[in-house]
Design a protein around this ligand. Structure first.
Ligand code: BGC
Length: 779
């Protein structure tokens, strides 16, 4: 086995030298008396027909993690020297003109080693963009496409052929450690944002990989847990986001998830990969595993999961043996290889591009700031507390005001060149920061850093306990400054979910401090602004009344401090809205009853009893109040919604709804306008409302209007009927609502569908093996 590996590795190295320094041999070359077909010259089928079984196995098994990792098989990561720190690769076969394909994370920026061989004179930094949930808060597909283009450009310049991004599992429960990497609780918002990201990345010639397919909605025991989900909830919620993005943007690759769905590991699921992804949706790219996913790589290949990542020596042997013993049909393996090679032929490297390691990081930093500015969500602003006049003296509280969380932990963490804290951003935009308070925080944070050096970025995140100022210091600040700004910070990431106490819920000490600051400042007639520097939802009900203004700044990427300062000062008018619901309390989240599953410590199974009632679908249908609703966000101006009209009172394919939005306030601003649909209750229960479309207006000057047009097609009307394996629109009255949030529906119009419509028949797939005690809405 080792012999084989050594030979293969030598071949890879040779191939790299060949590709780096010699003209590409794209024409057929002779080997003995035979002509060897070359990828790109001959058809893929001819190339596959010319491959030995060993070569086929080498293609479906990834090239090993390139970080240079010690394993029981020795060192893997033989490709150091190409793109150090990239997560994986597809192997090269020089004999057939197949170059290496480099794969790297991730959703918020390029994740490779920023320094090579301890030489810091040349660096390989990536721009750290705002976390995906924040980007989705922009509700701006054009902006996200620009971010995708910038991301793609960085991958391209660093020699990465395929990005392991975007990630967009549905945000089912606030405690999922990886929520920050995902977009939304709603499949339409999530799918549209993902499609824009994929289109942007792929416009640069770099491939995108959509992940994690499907239902990787928690990190607790993510490699083993079985998610039990109804067919309807899968199709309408969890698969839907992928269906939208894949059909719209045609990504090169799909990454399956770690977890099982209805009893089968997703990479081993023929139903998921072949029946749904390929047959129902027409996906023609290649499918890869998540890193070291599942248990049975032969079952993975058979299911249509073409590429096994990161790849180990023993797996190459396993594939060869499986074909020889008849366990794996070579025709199935051929299909895996064909799909991978089709992907390889699209890569920049295959097409002769030579990367220069010089992306335009300055340009991307500007876009990063803009993306953050467009995505900050103003949640409360009493008596126009914000914006603040420049030059004010600020008492700046909160650890993360000084050491701001800009990104998640885990594989989406980016090696960025610099980051701007909230303090730095405010200071450089003309505010004066109380020096005594700042020095207290600086000292505290420095000491804590020494006492608890940062560990690797996977697993449970240690949240630094909040610095607690003495009441004397708080009072002094209340007397000597103009306003208090207090940050509340949270971070989490891959391989661990969040805790309810001390993370989702604030600690006693944090709550007490918020109270003392609020009391002291209000006593002196001064205001208090809270900033939420978080990657996911936290409890807000118990403390939001203490603030005059509340702003959700998420984890805003490397330019975060500057973007926040621009919104605080009014240079930028906030226009972000929530892509997730902030519940009154955790126990009122529909999935809280069965998250993360049973047994609680290492859950083997998690049953999605809430069915389709995820996020606002639950709140709206069951009349459960929210702290801040899905789709909500304030502006420094106001908007009027008027003149809603639809083109027909009988359903016509499609129904067009037009509406006019006018800026009725005093400053320019943009408004996120949402289109919800209420469907008639037929054989199936229905959520009271479902998002079907959205727009962000252009920048509207005071008095200026814009008319928007939403299209509703037959599939938008339909819900999934598991009995018939079909999308069916019930006959009856449908109502379109145009709103500023899921709880602020401003205008409505109805139309009628005369007869039931079977919109689309699909494969019967992913049937749960056990009965689910499903939550039912109105019938
Ligand atoms: C993550 C993936 C990532 C892969 C490679 C896995 O742990 O789940 O999202 O792309 O590692 O780094």
């Amino acid at each position: 086995m080792f012999e084989l590996r050594r030979n293969i590795n030598t071949a890879w190295k040779l191939s790299y030298l060949l590709f780096a320094f010699l003209p590409l041999q794209l024409f057929s070359q002779a080997q003995g008396s035979q002509i060897v077909p070359q990828l790109g010259k001959a058809s893929i089928q001819e190339v596959v027909a010319a491959m030995t079984l060993e070569e086929k196995a080498t293609i479906v098994i990834g090239g090993g993690r390139m970080m240079g990792e010690e394993t029981e098989n020795g060192m893997i990561g033989e490709m150091d020297g190409i793109v150090p720190g990239a997560a994986g690769s597809i192997n090269s076969i020089p004999r057939l003109g197949i170059p290496i394909t480099v794969l790297a994370d991730g959703p918020t920026g390029v994740r490779i080693h920023p320094i090579r061989n301890n030489d810091s004179t040349k660096t390989y930094y990536g721009t750290s963009f705002p976390v995906p949930t924040m980007m989705a808060s922009s509700w701006d597909v054009e902006l996200i496409q620009q971010v995708g283009t910038a991301l793609g450009d960085e991958f391209k310049h660093y020699g990465v052929d395929v990005a392991l991004a975007p990630a967009f599992n549905i945000i089912r429960n606030p405690l999922n450690g990886r929520n920050g990497e995902y977009y939304s609780e709603d499949p339409v918002l999530s799918g549209e944002i993902a499609a824009a990201m994929v289109s942007g990345i792929q416009s640069t010639g770099v491939g995108a990989t959509v992940k994690h397919f499907v239902a990787n909605n928690q990190e607790s025991n993510r490699r083993k847990v079985n998610a039990v989900i109804s067919e309807r909830a899968l199709r309408e919620i969890y698969l839907k986001t992928f269906e939208i993005a894949i059909k719209k943007s045609n990504p090169w690759a799909v990454m399956t998830a770690y977890n099982k769905v209805n009893g089968t590991y997703t990479p081993e699921s023929y139903d998921l990969i072949t029946k749904i992804l390929r047959e129902d949706w027409g996906f023609s790219g290649f499918v890869m595993t998540d890193w070291r996913a599942g248990e049975d790589i032969i079952a993975q290949l058979k299911a249509g999961n073409d590429l096994i990542e990161p790849g180990f020596d023993k797996q190459i042997i396993e594939v060869i043996d499986a074909v020889k013993s008849g366990m794996l049909d070579e025709n199935d393996l051929n299909k895996n290889v064909e799909r991978i090679l089709t992907g390889v032929t699209k890569t920049l490297r295959f097409n002769g591009y030579k990367n220069d390691d010089h992306p335009d990081l300055d340009k991307h930093a500007k876009l990063c700031k803009k993306a953050a500015e467009e995505s900050i969500v103003l949640l409360k602003n009493e008596e126009q507390t914000l914006p603040l006049k420049s030059g004010l003296k600020i008492a700046l509280f909160g650890n993360t005001s000084y050491d701001t969380f800009i990104n998640n932990n885990g594989s989406s963490d980016v090696s960025f060149a610099y980051n701007i804290s909230i303090c730095e951003g405010l200071a450089s935009s003309g505010f004066s920061i109380d020096a005594k308070l700042k020095s207290e925080y600086d000292t505290y944070i420095e000491n804590d850093r020494i006492a608890f050096p940062a560990k690797n970025s996977f697993g449970k995140v240690r949240l630094r306990p909040e610095y607690i100022a003495s009441s004397a210091l708080i009072e002094k600040c209340a007397n000597e400054t103009d306003i208090a700004i207090v940050s509340i910070g949270r971070n989490s990431g891959e391989a661990a979910d969040r805790e309810l106490e001390g993370d989702y819920n604030l600690t006693e000490a944090e709550l007490a401090q918020l109270k003392s600051i609020s009391e002291a400042f209000h006593k002196t007639g001064k205001k208090v602004v809270f900033l939420m520097n978080v990657g996911g939802v936290i409890e807000t009900t118990s403390w939001k009344d203490l603030a005059d203004a509340l702003m959700l700044v998420w984890q805003p990427g490397q330019e975060g401090g500057n973007a926040i300062a621009n919104v605080v000062s009014g240079k930028v008018n906030p226009s972000g809205k929530l892509p997730v619901t902030f519940p009154v309390k955790y126990e009122e989240v529909a999935s809280s009853k069965n998250f993360p599953g049973t047994p609680a410590r290492r859950p083997k199974e998690v049953v999605y009893e809430e069915g389709i009632y995820v996020g606002y679908r639950y709140n709206a249908t069951f009349g459960v109040a929210t702290s801040f609703p899905f789709g909500f966000g304030l502006s420094y101006t106001s908007f009027e919604y008027s003149d809603l009209s639809i083109n027909s009172k009988q359903f016509r394919q499609p129904v067009h709804a037009t509406v006019t939005i006018t800026n009725t306030g005093k400053v320019p601003g943009k408004e996120v306008v949402q289109c919800y649909l209420s469907a008639p209750v037929g054989e199936a229960d229905k959520p009271v409302i479902e998002l079907k479309g959205f727009f962000k207006t252009k920048m509207l000057n005071p008095g200026e209007s814009q008319t928007l047009c939403f299209s509703i097609n037959a599939k938008d009307l339909a819900s999934f009927n598991a009995g018939q394996s079909a999308w069916i629109a019930d006959a009856g009255i449908y109502t379109i609502h145009i709103g500023a949030s899921s709880e602020d529906l401003k205008l409505s119009k109805s139309f009628k569908l005369k007869n039931e419509l079977v919109v689309e028949k699909v494969n019967k797939a992913l049937v749960p093996q056990v009965e689910i005690d499903l939550l039912q809405g109105n019938k």
